[in-house]
Design a protein around this ligand. Structure first.
Ligand code: PHE
Length: 359
């Protein structure tokens, strides 16, 4: 057996040394140490020999086994580092290649236009106010001189929430005008606020969506008059549309919360479906406005003998459509990424409006 062992030793070691790849090394390992490997078989023979001899040969076999395992491990590392070196040798990294572009989000036209409007009005000295979208009847209607059963309520197609009498039900505000009332109740005149925000009406067609945005404006002081209203809104639309000689007209209208009331139109022309601002023979309505009805002042705790002023409400989507040539209102809220890539704005486009304000 001693003799057998030394022959086997040479044989196994040379197999390991001659292996020229990881795969061949694995073959050599299995042929020596596998279940039916040469060394394994030899170990099985141990049971057949005498005690004395078994002790000697047994320990020799064990040492040999350890030796082989170490040898295999060393060869394995050699192959692995050679493979790694070859890979490094072969692959090179071109550090001058441009990196993959990050896909950037863009700013929705509604957000962009609200930012632009805020910039213009804040430049004029307005501050921003806000109110809840889930509103009470009192602020949305009653305090604005629209008592229960008033026909103007029908015009608003209101979403009511929950059960109960209409008069104490919560509702989704149908306009931003309740912020006028909330602001006046909470503070003291003078007021000069704008209130941008979401508004809701049961309506859906090419020019209406159930949710849309408005910007409300309110100016209250002791001597604020119709001339201020006109000058303020004329300055605003010229800055916003960036057209200096934009034709304007105020058309008499009716809102329960203003007296007198008007709608403001801007001049435009339509050519083969293309809308162009300024000049031309057509008019486009862009906002409602008027002198705040003294009844609204009184309902809001403001002394109407001493204070007066004007208010206006402007549709954000409509203004965005006009300024940026967006044809369909409904697409604003479809969340179609292709639409947003086309009509959206980069973060650095947030308005300086330098050209529009010409300052
Ligand atoms: N709240 C009115 C509307 O939604 C607009 C408006 C606001 C009119 C303020 C006059 C004064 O139609």
């Amino acid at each position: 057996m001693q003799h057998e062992l030394s022959g086997l030793r040479d044989n196994i070691i040379s197999e390991i040394k001659n292996a020229s790849s990881l795969a061949e090394l694995e073959v050599a390992r299995v042929s020596a140490l596998g279940k039916k490997g040469k060394l394994t078989e030899l170990m099985k023979e141990l049971s057949k020999i005498g005690d004395e001899e078994r002790r000697n040969i047994g320990s020799e076999l064990n040492n040999f086994k350890k030796e082989i395992i170490t040898l295999i491990e060393i060869r394995k590392r050699q192959f692995e580092s050679a493979a790694l070196n070859a890979k490094l040798e072969k692959e090179s990294i071109d550090v001058t290649l441009p990196s993959r572009a990050d896909s950037m989000g863009s700013i929705h036209p509604v957000s962009q236009v609200i930012e632009e409007m805020i910039t213009i009005f804040c430049d004029m000295g307005f501050v921003i106010a806000s109110g809840p979208e889930i509103e009470e009847d009192f602020y949305n209607f009653t305090a604005l001189n629209i008592p229960p059963e008033h026909p103007a309520r029908q015009m608003h197609d209101t979403f009511y929430l929950g059960e109960g009498q209409k008069s104490d039900k919560k509702l989704l505000r149908t306009h931003t005008s309740p912020v006028q009332v909330r602001t006046m109740i909470a503070g003291h005149p003078p007021f000069r606020i704008i209130a941008p925000g979401r508004t809701y009406r049961k309506d859906y067609d090419i020019t209406h969506t159930p949710m849309f945005h408005q910007i409300e404006g309110l100016v209250i002081d002791e001597k604020t008059h119709l001339g201020h209203l006109k000058g303020c809104l004329a300055d605003f639309v010229k800055a916003f549309f960036e057209v200096q000689d934009l034709p304007l007209r105020f058309r008499p209208s009716y809102f329960p919360f203003t007296e007198p009331s008007a709608e403001m139109d801007i001049g435009c022309s339509r050519n083969a479906g293309q809308l162009k601002l300024g000049g031309g023979e057509d008019w486009m309505e862009i906002l409602g406005c008027g002198m705040v009805n003294p009844k609204v002042l009184e309902a809001s705790g403001v002394n109407s003998d001493r204070y007066q002023g004007f208010a206006f409400g402007l549709g954000v989507e409509r203004a965005a459509m006009l300024k940026y040539g967006i044809p369909d209102l409904r697409a604003f809220f479809d969340s179609d990424i292709r639409w947003l890539r086309h009509y959206g704005f980069g973060s650095l486009d947030i308005p300086s409006l330098l050209s529009g304000l010409s300052r």
